[in-house]
Design a protein around this ligand. Structure first.
Ligand SMILES: Cc1cc2nc3c(=O)[nH]c(=O)nc-3n(C[C@H](O)[C@H](O)[C@H](O)COP(=O)(O)OP(=O)(O)OC[C@H]3O[C@@H](n4cnc5c(N)ncnc54)[C@H](O)[C@@H]3O)c2cc1C
Length: 399
């Protein structure tokens, strides 16, 4: 086994790391304080990333995640792996700013996961947010009530979406809606709704605990007409396949959120190691019983962090190698989300007044981390999915 980062991505990881330190960190506190203001510094940075992507492997935060079934066979480290590695480094810089990066929305992963070839081409370069959650429908995404009614060459959307990350800033929103509530999960499809479409309105932006640089919108859809060609994938309702179509989105996005958690935790862990540098043995040669309690806690956090990192890379590697990764995507997100919460908060505790003070970013990372164990499926939901896979139970058998 080779557990190092693939060598071919070294340059990408180094670039992302430098960008995190030199572009994101300097404006971290500014946009933590100025909630809802647009981080304009990211525009030029996003253009640079676009340029790097045009030239081959670049930093991606979602947009370029490969379509399942479109990767080569064999043992390969492809775009899923490079994206995860890039995201880890960028969130080492700032998670909220990464989520605000133009053209790198989670909706882009949704498009990559479900769109057909023509749609992939048409929506290339579109910055897409993802709107699944509704009032009364969070964890149970099968309970979606937003409707899509066919009318000639269009669909008409009606409903309300809440907590849409980048919902105000993105060029388009990928909206989950049902074609027929009676047919249950199989009738849920995703639609790309471009910004400015009549009937789609941002009602308000949420005030949040963390990731304040990222806008989180409530969006209403009232007789919102979108071309039928914007329904991602197939319009047919395949009751046997059930939810599988749209759910493939999560196989792409959960490893990404796990990567965000690994990156956010890394920021806290590295800072705490700097603060307690004099207590740590970089060769890990000091016998455990002679290790200070603080050092022992830091070593334990490092081990948990490494486990999360490897699970995240495994989920991405499986996607690059066309292996079904739903179980591993959930495992990576469950582990990384949990340890990110634990590590960032523990680092505040260990650094005490320094950890709690706004002079440092430790308190901010602890606030930012919480969402990573909530969105794209909470800790409990990931555990439920893993249990279903392990026990061979369906969603109706194990709720
Ligand atoms: C900042 C932010 C950004 C977000 N961005 C997006 C976005 O871009 N797009 C989008 O669509 N959504 C987004 N969300 C919504 C997010 O995905 C949901 O909040 C999440 O899925 C949980 O849903 P809920 O809040 O309705 O909680 P609920 O589903 O009501 O859950 C409440 C609690 O019950 C637990 N629970 C629920 N069901 C079970 C069960 N069967 N077994 C055990 N425990 C259970 C949950 O784990 C949770 O602890 C965002 C949320 C936030 C806060």
């Amino acid at each position: 086994m080779n557990l190092q980062n693939p060598k071919k991505f070294k340059m990408l990881v180094d670039q992302a790391h430098e960008s995190a330190l030199n572009v994101l960190r300097p404006i971290s506190r500014k946009y933590d304080k100025a909630e809802h203001s647009y981080p304009k510094e990211l525009d030029m940075f996003a253009s640079l990333i676009d340029g790097m992507n045009d030239g081959g492997e670049g930093i991606n935060a979602g947009a370029a995640v490969g379509k399942r079934g479109h990767t080569e066979t064999g043992n390969k480290n492809g775009v899923n792996m490079s994206t995860v590695l890039g995201v880890i480094e960028m969130c080492y810089g700032d998670t909220g700013l990464l989520l605000s990066m133009p053209r790198q929305g989670l909706g882009n992963s949704a498009i990559a996961a479900v769109a057909n070839e023509e749609q992939l081409e048409r929506f290339k370069g579109t910055w897409a947010a993802m709107a699944i959650t509704e009032p009364g429908c969070g964890s149970d995404s099968a309970a979606i009530r937003t409707t899509a009614t066919k009318d000639g060459e269009d669909y008409i959307l009606n409903g309300e979406k809440i907590f849409v990350t980048s919902g105000e800033r993105a060029d388009a929103v990928v909206v989950w809606a049902t074609l027929d509530k009676k047919l249950g999960r199989a009738a849920i499809k995703s639609f790309v709704v471009p910004k400015g479409t009549a009937g789609m309105n941002v009602e308000r932006l949420e005030h949040k605990l963390g990731i304040k640089a990222s806008d989180t919108a409530v969006i209403s859809f009232i007789d919102c007409r979108v071309p039928a060609a914007n329904l991602l994938g197939h319009a047919g309702i395949d009751v046997a396949k059930g939810f599988a179509g749209v759910m493939e989105t999560f196989d792409n996005t959960r490893p990404l959120v796990a990567a965000m958690a690994v990156g956010c935790a890394k920021a806290s862990l590295e800072r705490i190691k700097e603060i307690f540098n004099n207590q740590l043995d970089e060769n890990y040669a000091t016998p455990y019983l002679q290790t200070s309690h603080i050092a022992a806690q830091i070593y334990r956090m490092e081990a948990e962090w490494e486990a999360a990192r490897l699970l995240t890379m495994k989920a991405a590697w499986m996607a690059d190698n066309k292996k079904p990764n739903s179980r591993e995507a959930s495992i990576s997100k469950a582990k990384a989300g949990r340890i990110c919460n634990e590590i960032t908060l523990k680092c505040v505790e260990l650094a005490a007044s320094v950890g709690y003070n706004e002079e440092e970013l430790l308190e901010k990372w602890a606030r930012d981390s919480k969402i990573l164990d909530i969105f794209e499926g909470t800790q409990q939901i990931q555990q439920l999915i893993i249990a279903r896979r392990e026990l061979g139970k369906s969603s109706s058998e194990l709720k």
